[in-house]
Design a protein around this ligand. Structure first.
Ligand SMILES: Cc1cc2nc3c(=O)[nH]c(=O)nc-3n(C[C@H](O)[C@H](O)[C@H](O)COP(=O)(O)OP(=O)(O)OC[C@H]3O[C@@H](n4cnc5c(N)ncnc54)[C@H](O)[C@@H]3O)c2cc1C
Length: 317
């Protein structure tokens, strides 16, 4: 074990924050600024889903020329500036009973008097054959990350929400033709997106459609077979990529049985972030809430840090 790990394992942090997306970064900044000794755990790189957002149009005060990635970097710098300590590792298990909580990591553990869970969410999968095999070879869950690999080609998107619509708009500037397969006969996406989609000559919305099979050639996506839910007929589309944008699932598996989760796996928590376990708070996309956005994740992070500081004060008295 390295010297840094050994030192880390001897100490008890005031608060350990799981996940450095916008919720975790804000919680870290508020906690550190309030004088708490804060560890911020991240298994990939700071920013979470925010870092994948090319144009953040709806975050107040943030201009269109900046990307979500840039905002992530600024938020991380700000949290560290106030004293939050980033640990790059994955939380694989947790012990949440008692006054000192333990987060288990492949490199050891972190002990803390309180925990803020801000582990966010990841894209939902279609669950069809070859989806896993061809991920990275034409199947993608992030148009802004992978769209450029399919410049000048025909591609398709599955989904009818805001993310799918934003992906279609983004891809329309790069790809030749974009088929958008929507399960129902309406979009869940907000009207502003629909208005923009309608004006794009190279985007075709295919209503009442379900992708049943991914076709493969030379180890990459060559097309999709799609069923019309109304007529029952199937049709093959030759596309070089399939972008899946059908929603998200929470990163909460390591909490199963440790805090209350709802049926879909989201951590049950109120506006202050309090969960069913004392001293454990949840912020951002991982918690039960109506609107999962950067602005609401940031608000959660601030509320959680405040509730956490109050909890620690009560523990001392
Ligand atoms: C393509 C795309 C476009 C979007 N566009 C917009 C938009 O325009 N406007 C908007 O407001 N919102 C947008 N969103 C949604 C927004 O990004 C999310 O609501 C927001 O990032 C949620 O923040 P979070 O901190 O709760 O979680 P996340 O951003 O998901 O961050 C969670 C972090 O936790 C880490 N983590 C997870 N599990 C562990 C573990 N066990 N151990 C350690 N670390 C862990 C992850 O690696 C990740 O970095 C978009 C999302 C996507 C995917």
């Amino acid at each position: 074990m390295g010297a840094e790990n050994a030192n880390r394992e001897e100490k008890i942090y005031d608060v350990a924050i799981i996940g450095a997306g916008p919720a975790g970064l804000t919680a870290a900044m508020y906690s550190a600024r309030a004088g708490l000794d804060a560890a911020l755990l991240e298994n990939l790189s700071p920013g979470g889903q925010l870092a994948q957002t090319e144009h953040l149009e709806n975050y107040p005060g943030f201009t269109l020329s900046q990307s979500g990635y840039e905002l992530s970097e600024i938020m991380h710098e700000q949290a560290e500036h106030f004293g939050a300590h980033t640990v790059y590792d994955e939380v694989t298990d947790v012990e949440l009973e008692g006054p000192v909580k333990r987060l288990k990591l492949p490199s050891g553990h972190i002990d803390a008097r309180s925990v803020i869970v801000a582990s966010g969410a990841r894209p939902a999968k279609l669950g069809i054959e070859r989806e896993a095999k061809l991920t990275g070879s034409g199947v993608s869950y992030c148009a802004t990350c992978d769209g450029n690999f399919f410049k000048g080609k025909d591609v398709c998107i599955v989904g009818g929400g805001d993310t799918a619509a934003a992906d279609a708009i983004y891809l329309s500037r790069i790809c030749t033709k974009i088929y958008m397969f929507v399960r129902r006969d309406v979009l869940r996406a907000t009207a502003i997106y629909y208005d923009r989609l309608k004006k794009l000559p190279n985007v075709e919305i295919v209503w009442n459609s379900v992708v049943e099979e991914i076709l493969e050639e030379d180890g990459a996506v060559a097309g999709v077979r799609v069923r019309d839910r109304v007529s029952g007929q199937t049709r093959t589309y030759e596309v070089a990529a399939l972008f899946v944008a059908i929603g998200t699932v929470p990163n909460s598996e390591f909490l199963d049985g440790k805090v209350e989760l709802d049926q879909s796996g989201y951590v049950v928590a109120d506006e202050t972030g309090r969960t069913s376990a004392a001293g454990v708070f949840a912020a951002g996309d991982v918690r039960t809430k109506v609107l999962r956005q950067v602005s609401t994740a940031v608000a959660d992070g601030a509320n959680c840090a405040e509730a956490c500081a109050e909890y620690l004060l009560q523990q001392q008295s």
